[in-house]
Design a protein around this ligand. Structure first.
Ligand SMILES: Cc1cc2nc3c(=O)[nH]c(=O)nc-3n(C[C@H](O)[C@H](O)[C@H](O)COP(=O)(O)OP(=O)(O)OC[C@H]3O[C@@H](n4cnc5c(N)ncnc54)[C@H](O)[C@@H]3O)c2cc1C
Length: 480
């Protein structure tokens, strides 16, 4: 059975692609396309197991994985999708997503970044979220609704931080973002419940900002991608296998991955899944995937110096607290980001609020478990909230949770593109607390890079891994 599928994919699928894309493009693709090879077939046909030949394997089925899978299929003509055309597999080790960053996120979106790439990505994602029915509706199913709540962020700055806030504002305006600066006096008029002590300036989002339900976005992307022909399996990628002989691409020595080892749940079976391209969307665990092929490992001979640079992503624990305050600000309450980094926003309209703060480097909590530190709320967050909004002096903490940021330890920015040594390994990692909102734009960018060979809509080349080799980090100043 697998042999028949392999034949159909390789020969009939290849023919369809030639027909759809034109000869030269298809020829290019076929050069890198997988060929059926012996030795990877487990020899029996279990419907829960992935078949063993794919064009693309996506490692990690969080929002990045499913967004990428969706865009890959969206970009190819209908008759070149799935089965006899482009074959994409998403491998996810925990389909209940108990620890995935995506479902533990607070799902907020803002244009208020300092880097043009981040501003552009969020502006596109905002368009995507607002028009989600156009993008993700599935035939004969209810249209998706991610419960988008439009509401601006309000970034507050002291006298010391005012110049940086203004510069960020100017960059955002130049790119078409809808933001407006408020002086201290203007803030007092617009938000009379806000204590402006120590505040010089505020930047307020008039459009393209708010929050939505991350679980609903994940499910909508997944459902749509599956409807377009993406395969998925429940299993853990435990190893990546590299082709024995390195090759030369554009004068550079490159290695190629040939297949992944997938450990199936409740089974001692491993399945070897062969593919032409691999995408690392393993979120906070992206570095574990990279380590499987020696990325970041010491090489005493110094031969593969590009392999010595690690993928600088690690899980960092972040707390979210929900409190009740019947007298708190109402419908006009923006998502406030205090100069201390503490943020707070409404959760519905019944006097509930959600808040948090990224700790200072020396306060980083132990990321081995996801227990919540309530002292952090009482001692660090609440005093800041009560100072900024008097009504928050009297509150009742209702619940809290912790989740992992997929934290880029070098510059807190996305890492997007191929690895310099493994030219068929694509990275979409390190989003450091802004990945949910960037997912629609990142999925599209990775799909462009893979299918077109370059970024077509937004140039994200500055986010390539090479910046770590050159020691040229690009810093985002507005990290929350
Ligand atoms: C508390 C909190 C608040 C946040 N708030 C926001 C916000 O307001 N706005 C915003 O834009 N972003 C926010 N984020 C960040 C955002 O959630 C993440 O950047 C984004 O979800 C990353 O998505 P991902 O798909 O890369 O990672 P994940 O959602 O973690 O998905 C990775 C998946 O890979 C799987 N996986 C890992 N290893 C393997 C393996 N070996 N084999 C198979 N599968 C594997 C995991 O099980 C997981 O499901 C927040 C995050 C947290 C924790």
């Amino acid at each position: 059975m697998n042999a028949i599928r392999t034949f159909r994919r390789t020969f009939i699928g290849g023919y369809m692609k030639i027909f759809d894309e034109g000869w030269s493009k298809a020829k290019q693709r076929m050069k890198t396309a997988i060929k059926p090879g012996p030795g990877f077939d487990i020899g029996w046909d279990n419907p829960n197991m992935p078949i063993n030949n794919y064009d693309i394997v996506i490692i990690g089925g969080g929002v990045m994985g499913w967004s990428t899978a969706y865009w890959l299929m969206h970009k190819v003509p209908r008759k070149a999708r799935g089965k006899i055309g482009l074959n994409v597999l998403v491998v996810e080790k925990d389909p209940s997503y108990t620890r995935a960053s995506t479902v533990l996120s607070v799902g907020s979106i803002r244009q208020q970044f300092t880097l043009p790439e981040n501003i552009n990505m969020s502006m596109f994602s905002s368009h995507f979220i607002r028009n989600i029915r156009e993008y993700l509706s599935v035939y004969e199913e209810d249209p998706p609704d991610v419960q988008f709540n439009p509401q601006g962020y309000l970034f507050l700055a002291t006298a010391e931080g005012a110049e940086q806030l203004k510069q960020a504002h100017d960059t955002q305006i130049a790119l078409g973002a809808k933001v407006r600066l408020f002086t201290k006096r203007q803030l007092e008029v617009k938000f009379p419940w806000l204590n402006t002590e120590g505040i010089e300036l505020g930047n307020y989002g008039m459009e393209n900002e708010g929050w939505f339900d991350p679980w609903l976005l994940l499910m909508a992307l997944k459902k749509k991608a599956i409807s377009l022909g993406v395969d998925h399996c429940h299993g853990e990628v435990t190893d990546l296998i590299v082709e024995a002989k390195p090759g030369v691409v554009e004068g550079r020595l490159c290695k190629r991955l040939t297949h992944v080892k997938v450990k199936m749940p409740n089974s001692i079976q491993y399945q070897n899944v062969k593919a032409g391209h691999f995408i690392n969307t393993a979120g906070p665990w992206a570095q574990d995937i990279a380590r499987m092929i020696g990325i970041g490992q010491e090489d005493p001979m110094g031969l593969d110096w590009e392999l010595q640079a690690p993928l600088p992503v690690e899980p960092r624990k972040r707390y979210v607290y929900v409190f009740h305050c019947p007298q708190g600000p109402g419908l006009d309450c923006p998502l406030i980001v205090d100069p201390s980094g503490t943020y707070v926003r409404r959760e519905g309209l019944a006097g509930n609020y959600l808040c948090g703060k990224s700790p200072e480097e020396h306060e980083e909590p132990d990321a081995k478990h996801l227990e919540v530190d309530y002292d952090y709320f009482n001692e660090t967050i609440w005093p800041k909230l009560a100072h900024r909004v008097k009504a928050f002096e009297e509150i009742k903490l209702r619940m809290a949770w912790a989740g992992y940021y997929d934290y880029n330890t070098v510059d807190q920015n996305a890492i997007i593109g191929t690895h310099p040594i493994y030219d068929n390994l694509y990275l979409a990692n390190g989003f450091s607390g802004h990945g949910i909102q960037q997912a629609p734009a990142v999925g599209r960018a990775v799909a462009e890079l893979l299918l077109d060979g370059e970024f077509k809509t937004l140039d994200l080349s500055r986010f390539g891994f090479e910046r770590f080799l050159r020691n040229e980090p690009i810093r985002e100043k507005n990290i929350v």
